[in-house]
Ligand binder design. Structure first.
Ligand code: AMP
Length: 216
């Protein structure tokens, strides 16, 4: 499977991305983790992006696209799919990753969108700040990251909806229920992804599922 994960900060994309990667035995390519690793190792790239990460701003498209190109090429060489977590973050990245993936015959088959309220996201991110000491989890930076998400990241969801490859899941539910809904939806799609032409694909909206089963 080749999956893009698009979600606001704090919606659980790291946790769910890792789970999906294990379930489908594909690499979990998390741009935030890769960038933080460069910062921790104080590589030239890490030193160049550290300020952006601390301020909650997006690093340059060129930097993240270079990192992701290498990782997708590696997945291709290994004959595997991927879960790409944290990329694309804006329309330029969405178009660029599509072009890169097309040349490798590795375009995404599913875009998984995690949906959550801002108030809950802020609560979760501040709770995480206390545990993990991430430099970008202070309230001011959290609010900036959410604002950037709404301004430039969320609009790309509509683009994927039009391409018929969007699966939306309610991420406000308990983490194990979110995981189960994601894996059920992806398993249901697995036999179809290579068979259904792009023009005939249908987006799937599971965000009302919890309510339908009386969870809200
Ligand atoms: P994340 O772990 O996905 O929340 O990302 C943490 C930080 O890494 C973000 O706030 C950005 O500074 C940077 N980052 C991660 N992915 C990208 C991306 N695709 N484009 C630009 N910046 C990114």
């Amino acid at each position: 499977m080749r999956i893009l994960l698009v979600a606001p900060p704090g919606a659980g994309k790291g946790t769910q991305g890792a789970l999906i990667a294990t379930h489908f035995d594909v690499p979990h390519i998390a741009t935030g983790d890769l960038l933080r690793d460069h910062v921790a190792r104080r590589t030239p790239l890490g030193l160049a992006v550290q300020d952006c990460l601390d301020r909650g701003e997006l690093v340059s498209d060129e930097i993240v696209l270079n990192i992701v190109r290498d990782e997708v090429e590696k997945a291709k060489r290994e004959g595997r799919g991927y879960v790409l977590d944290g990329m694309p973050r804006n329309m330029t990245q969405a178009r660029a990753i599509y072009q890169i993936a097309r040349t490798l015959d590795m375009t995404a088959q599913v875009v998984l969108h995690l949906v959550a309220d801002d108030d809950e996201l802020v609560r979760r991110l501040l709770a995480r700040a206390a545990l993990e000491h991430r430099t970008d989890d202070t309230e001011e930076v959290v609010r900036r990251r959410l604002a950037i998400y709404h301004d430039v990241t969320h609009p790309i969801v509509d683009w994927y909806d039009q391409r018929g490859i969007l699966v939306a899941v309610d991420a406000m539910q308990p983490v194990d229920r979110v995981a189960r809904q994601i894996l059920t939806a992806l398993e249901a799609m697995r036999p179809l992804v290579n068979l259904v032409p792009e023009s005939a694909r249908q987006s799937i909206d599971l965000t009302g599922l919890g309510k339908a089963f009386g969870n809200h």
